[in-house]
Ligand binder design. Structure first.
Ligand code: ADP
Ligand code: ZN
Length: 755
């Protein structure tokens, strides 16, 4: 028996090793092993097991050019751990992902397993762990080296001491010295930590479904029970906020449990709040449908993540709720996959492998012959298109459960607002009045502005100087409280200048108001109001988010002001007014999805208003009140928006009617970059790509974000109709192109970010 191994060392290849006869019974795909590699012992996982004689082994179809071996294979030294960490089904998913998203198998396998699980060695639990203490005060007087080590620990939250000393080549003594500051602790791993140990779970019972819900659930459970694959098409559950989608998810999961199967629930990271988790835990807290719910999200420490993962792998936790990467959880057998808020862009990973968890969910469901339900109040154009093509089944919930009306949406044309003191006012008269009214009646207000900082631009009116980032082609954002200019791309920051650095005059002006500026104005307009700003500048610790929301829920805040962080899944009955301060920010982005994003934004934000007994009101401020996204959102009319938008997508050959692949080439050396980009273009025009039809190639052209972190960037955009054949070709290209030193090249399939 021969094992093809992906090693921990990042190489774009699988390596073949002999499986000693005594290991044959205990090895399987996904087993972790130790092998000798270039005279070093390294960790690896088994990607494939094959039994043919060596000569007959063909190059793996996924890896063109894998050489046939000449010499005798080396044996596997050892199998680590009793159980393979990847189920064979999930392994197939990784192979699909590598091909489709053009990444190496090793990278794909890597994303299947959390680092904490991958790096696990024997005797893990007996080892010493270093843990970062968030609450402890910042230590003073650390050496540069100690600061580096501390930053590394902070990034990981918690990690084995040996990993730390190995990766940073430092000694345990150095770590112990940092421990004396109290900022970290070194201790054996605690077993079975439960991040929800302090949350009281009160069991809930299934609700009696209304007519519409019952119809939807019936279709889902019938598909789960059916052996006919045709009925198991992915479902798109399209229902306004508060229409009872979550109740359907819960009952579909209950159905899976009754059949002895498990479930995966994906939610966007940001809505993975304790409220959401509690709702799932509560429903499955009691017999006969008692089931443990594992939670996977990015704020878990390595130790916590490790425990959750093993709970799932052992089958102790049948239900997994988590963000993006939870789609790879080793739930087996899997009865249903739920993807809530399927339109959310956070399902897409913006680094390799650049997968979209929603789409991976659809493929996983297909591979495991199980049912997937994508839910949204504002489905993505892609998913809705798929229902019109008969690829997905549309399930519809047309009204809110309790017959509460959808809120009134008023659109204020900012062009007709009087221009006081030169600039454009932040608040229209209408919005100001509405806020005043709410405050008088002790109700709550949510205000939304998708721009943080004080001002997006600092300009000198005398010489025209604009503060731009040294490393990126964007202007720096003024943060008044910190008196800094910050680059929102790379984080570079400098002291905000009082005088123009070019002409030394002191007339410097700012424009483009952000949340910090709005907060200031708001406080002047409503001095009595208790205002809280919520954006990534004010959310420093992981508890901040929850604390602010708790305070808001308890009525200790009158006005909550924030960026998109506040648009998600929050449920506050006393919020009767939601204001969108500047809808044009998202509408005029240079992105073909700008209109769709704006429609989603207004609809989702509007969904926050009037969830209690009082009717809600939404006020949208814009300079383009007649834009379709705004008009249709005003009337809560998704279908008309879709019908309007799909026409232009088709005309311009954009998704969902075409498929996109985006190649990005970057380098600090612009000339080398241009040459490489041109070379890649020639390859794309060559023989090998002739079989892909249709294929439209644009570029190379400088990317919208021409420079980022000191790198120049070029784009080549490809359009086709079926992605997989193009993916295969791009993967070959990706492997064969030898970029000159200092030039790198990435492939993004189904990109969401085109900047
Ligand atoms: P969505 O997920 O579509 O936003 P939810 O499932 O959260 O909607 O439902 C909104 C509210 O209505 C929740 O408080 C939920 O408990 C309640 N609800 C859902 N379905 C029913 C039902 N059939 N009968 C009574 N209340 C329901
Ligand atoms: Zn920058």
């Amino acid at each position: 028996m021969i094992a093809r191994i992906a090693t921990e060392i990042s190489l774009n290849k699988l390596f073949d090793y002999e499986v000693p006869p005594e290991m044959e019974a205990s090895i399987s795909v996904g087993s972790r092993v130790r092998v000798s590699f270039n005279n070093r012992e390294v960790m690896g996982y088994v990607a494939e097991l094959v039994s043919q004689p060596i000569e007959e082994l063909d190059a793996s179809p996924l890896l063109p050019g894998t050489p046939k071996y000449r010499q005798k294979l080396k044996p596997i030294l050892k199998i680590v751990g009793k159980q393979s960490l990847i189920t064979p089904k999930v392994k197939d998913l990784a192979l699909w992902m590598a091909t489709y998203y053009c990444c190496s198998i090793e990278v794909a396998l890597r994303s299947l397993l959390p680092e904490a699980v991958r790096r696990e060695r024997e005797g893990w639990k007996k080892q010493l762990f270093v843990r970062y203490n968030v609450e402890a005060p910042e230590p003073k007087k650390l050496t540069q080296r100690q600061q580096e080590i501390l930053a590394f620990i902070q990034k990981h939250g918690e990690l084995p001491l040996v990993d730390l000393t190995e990766q940073l080549s430092c000694t345990a003594d150095t770590v112990r010295r940092i421990e004396r500051t109290g900022k970290i602790s070194v201790a054996p791993l605690k077993v079975g930590r439960d991040p929800y140990a302090n949350v009281q779970i009160l069991p809930t019972k299934a609700l009696t479904l209304n007519q519409e819900q019952a119809v939807c659930l019936k279709q889902i459970t019938e598909a789960m029970d059916s052996s006919d694959l045709a009925t198991r098409k992915p479902f798109l559950l399209f229902g306004v906020t508060g229409s009872g989608k979550t109740e359907i998810y819960l009952q579909a999961i209950a159905h899976a449990l009754q059949k002895g199967q498990g479930a995966i629930v994906l939610v966007p990271e940001i809505s993975l709040t304790p409220q959401t988790v509690e709702r799932f835990k509560s429903r499955f807290a009691e017999e006969p449908l008692r089931a443990e719910v594992a939670v996977l999200h990015s704020h878990l420490s390595d130790g916590e993540r490790h425990d959750e993962w093993h709970k799932i792998r052992r089958g102790d936790a049948k239900i997994v709720i988590g963000a993006r990467s939870a789609i790879f959880a080793p739930v087996d057998p899997l009865g249903v996959i739920i993807v809530d808020e399927e339109h959310e862009h956070s399902y897409k990973q913006e680094e390799s492998p650049r997968y979209n968890a929603r789409d991976v969910a659809v493929v996983r469901a297909q591979m495991e012959e199980t049912v997937v339900v994508l839910g949204s109040a504002t489905p993505s154009m892609e998913s809705y298109y798929n229902t019109s093509q008969g690829k997905y089944t549309l399930l519809r919930l047309s009204k809110r459960v309790d017959d509460i009306q959808m809120p009134q949406v008023a659109v204020v044309d900012m062009c007709s607002e009087i221009r006081v003191d030169r600039g454009i006012p932040l608040f229209s008269t209408r919005l100001k009045e509405a806020i005043r009214l709410q405050l008088e009646e002790s109700r709550q207000v949510i205000l939304f502005l998708n721009r943080r900082g004080y001002a997006t631009q600092l300009q000198c009116p005398d010489c025209g100087y604009v503060a731009e980032c040294t490393y990126c082609s964007v202007s720096m954002v003024y943060h008044r409280r910190a008196q800094l200019l910050k680059c929102h791309i790379c984080g570079h920051h400098i002291q905000a200048p009082y005088h123009c650095p070019e002409c030394r005059k002191s007339n410097i002006r700012h424009s483009g108001a952000g949340t910090e500026r709005v907060e200031e104005t708001l406080q002047k307009l409503f001095p009595q109001a208790r205002i809280r700003r919520m954006d990534s500048d004010t959310l420093k610790k992981k508890e901040d988010y929850r604390n602010i929301l708790n305070a808001f829920g308890a009525g200790k805040i009158d006005i909550l002001l924030g960026t998109q962080i506040i648009t998600k899944g929050l449920h506050f009955p006393r919020v009767t007014l939601v204001g969108i301060l500047n809808a044009d920010i998202s509408l005029h982005r240079p992105d073909f999805r700008a209109s769709e994003r704006t429609f989603q934004l207004i609809t989702q934000v509007a969904g926050r208003a009037g969830r209690g007994t009082d009717e809600g009101e939404v006020i949208v401020q814009t300079f383009t009140p007649s834009a379709p996204a705004i008009l249709y959102a005003k009337h809560h009319d998704y279908e008309s928006f879709y019908a309007d938008e799909i026409v232009s997508r088709k005309e311009l050959h954009y998704p969902p009617s075409s498929r996109l692949a985006l190649l990005t080439i970057r380098s600090m050396d612009e000339e080398k970059l241009q040459l490489t980009a041109q070379h890649i273009r020639e390859q794309l025009d060559g023989e090998s790509f002739k079989s892909i039809r249709p294929l439209v190639i644009n570029g190379p052209v400088p990317a919208l974000l021409e420079r980022s972190m000191g790198y120049y960037r070029y784009h080549i955009l490809l359009r086709t109709v079926r992605m997989m054949p193009l993916s295969r070709k791009l993967f070959e290209l990706f492997q064969s192109v030898k970029c000159p030193k200092g030039v790198s090249f990435t492939v993004d399939i189904d990109p969401l970010d085109l900047t």
